[in-house]
Design a protein. Structure first.
Length: 462
């Protein structure tokens, strides 16, 4: 495991990469005004609270405001499903292969967190609809908080009259019903990287928390004026400060993984209790178990035994930035496909942090069998992306289109880009009858058998 960046300087001088530029603007965003007022009323905000306001404020949040062009070439980032349909098709093939290995249960449901524009789910459903028996119902559960994105997703997934699927929307993963009689296929693509993180630094006195505070513009002519920056000519500037002593949150979070205790004094760590909680809930859905809402505990010892009905099982994939390690300096912002300061135009930029996949596995490993993570390139190569792209290219109407299909496949597997930046974590339900705890699953463990051959014959959009 790679250690995070170290720093032994006093808290008044955070590392340069953590300080960020002191952002200012002649026209503060609505979210910036809200943040300033909150800090004025209650003091510095945690980084998690800052992210939550910027991304998920009910009216002005980045994902909630319909005026923000989030996805695609006109937005702030583009995702693998938007680049090529082959990505979603191979995800669908993997999910369906796990269903077949589980004995082909007679009822299937697909669950996706943060479906974006619905492109990934649309490609998955197309594959599964073609390959599953027609008498097996398919239910789709989308966890989405944005009304604007819900409308886009519904239009996308309802566009094909031939599909006999039932669509369900949920505000939270906790709203997805527990149904052990349905085989659950789960997917989350670029979801966990946007969950709020706390930034902590280990000092001799314990884990201290990096907070978000304001300061006055040093060029302000108002000098010692006590009026707020928003209401006066002085513009509020955001900066990071370190709590003078451990906070309640930093103390608990610093104990939430045994890996953190081995880090030296001065280390920074990014910890997402929301990611831990949601990963645990995902594992419950996939395994068909229920339990009281979990608390993050030292070494993740859960005192309450889960209630387990006879479950037909499930499987899932989490695809995101990150790795099997703790990070301390990955928090960043994007606007119009460019990296910008994390305090630039709050509420109008995408905020993200690398996912600690080891932390997710700690949350779920007693409920499901985790597999990987492996790089997106490894996953797609082993699943046969070249074969599928070649099959699509052969049916393309022009040489230009054939080249575009092959270039798109190369782009999402590029070892210098998306192919290595993204990791894929798999999970399968534990088969207690056969004792298959920790059994290897393709393509996370190499086997001679290959489960992707049917994908070559799937009818695509081309």
């Amino acid at each position: 495991m790679s250690l995070v960046r170290l720093c032994s300087r006093p808290f008044t001088s955070l590392p340069r990469t953590l300080r960020s530029r002191r952002w200012q603007s002649n026209s503060p965003t609505p979210i910036q005004k809200i943040i300033h007022d909150n800090i004025k009323s209650t003091g510095p905000l945690s980084l998690a609270a800052y992210m939550q306001l910027c991304l998920s404020h009910p009216t002005h949040g980045y994902y909630m405001n319909a005026s923000n062009p989030v996805f695609g070439s006109q937005g702030d980032f583009i995702t693998s499903p938007e680049i090529t349909q082959v990505f979603g098709e191979l995800i669908g093939i993997w999910l369906l292969s796990q269903w077949a290995n589980s004995g082909c249960p007679s009822d299937i449901r697909l669950v996706e967190l943060g479906p974006g524009r619905g492109t990934l789910m649309d490609d998955i459903v197309r594959v599964i609809s073609q390959l599953r028996p027609s008498n097996i119902p398919l239910n789709i559960h989308l966890v989405e908080t944005s009304p604007a994105l819900r409308a886009i997703q519904e239009q996308k997934l309802a566009s094909s009259p031939k599909r006999t699927v039932k669509l369900h929307f949920h505000h939270s993963i906790s709203d997805v019903p527990h149904n052990p009689s349905q085989y659950t296929m789960f997917v989350a693509h670029e979801f966990f990287d946007a969950l709020p993180i706390h930034l902590l630094q280990r000092k001799e006195t314990g884990w201290h928390e990096v907070m978000i505070d304001t300061e006055r513009d040093s060029y302000s002519t108002s000098g010692s004026s006590q009026t707020t920056a928003v209401n006066s000519g002085t513009r509020p500037l955001l900066r990071r400060v370190l709590s003078p002593s451990p906070t309640a949150a930093s103390t608990v979070l610093g104990l939430s993984s045994p890996r953190f205790s081995s880090l030296p004094i001065g280390s920074f760590i990014e910890v997402s209790p929301a990611a831990f909680r949601i990963a645990r809930q995902v594992a419950q859905l996939v395994s068909g178990t229920t339990e009281p809402e979990p608390l993050i505990q030292h070494n993740h010892k859960h005192d309450v035994a889960p209630n387990t009905d006879e479950s037909v099982g499930g499987c899932g994939l989490i695809i995101d930035y990150g790795g099997d390690q703790v990070y301390g300096d990955s928090f960043r912002a994007f606007r119009q496909h460019k990296l910008v300061d994390v305090f630039h135009r709050p509420g109008e930029c995408d905020l993200t942090a690398n996912v600690d996949f080891a932390y997710l596995k700690e949350a779920m490993s007693d409920l499901v069998t985790p597999h990987g993570p492996v790089s997106q390139r490894t996953f797609l190569d082993r699943m046969g992306i070249s074969l599928r792209a070649d099959a699509l290219a052969r049916s393309a109407p022009s040489e230009e289109r054939r080249a575009a299909i092959r270039d798109s496949a190369k782009r999402i597997t590029d070892s210098l880009g998306m192919g290595e930046e993204y990791k894929v974590l798999g999970m399968t339900s534990i088969d207690k009858r056969d004792g298959l705890v920790g059994a290897g699953v393709w393509p996370f463990e190499v086997k001679e058998e290959k489960m992707f051959e049917n994908c070559v014959h799937v009818k695509g959009k081309e």
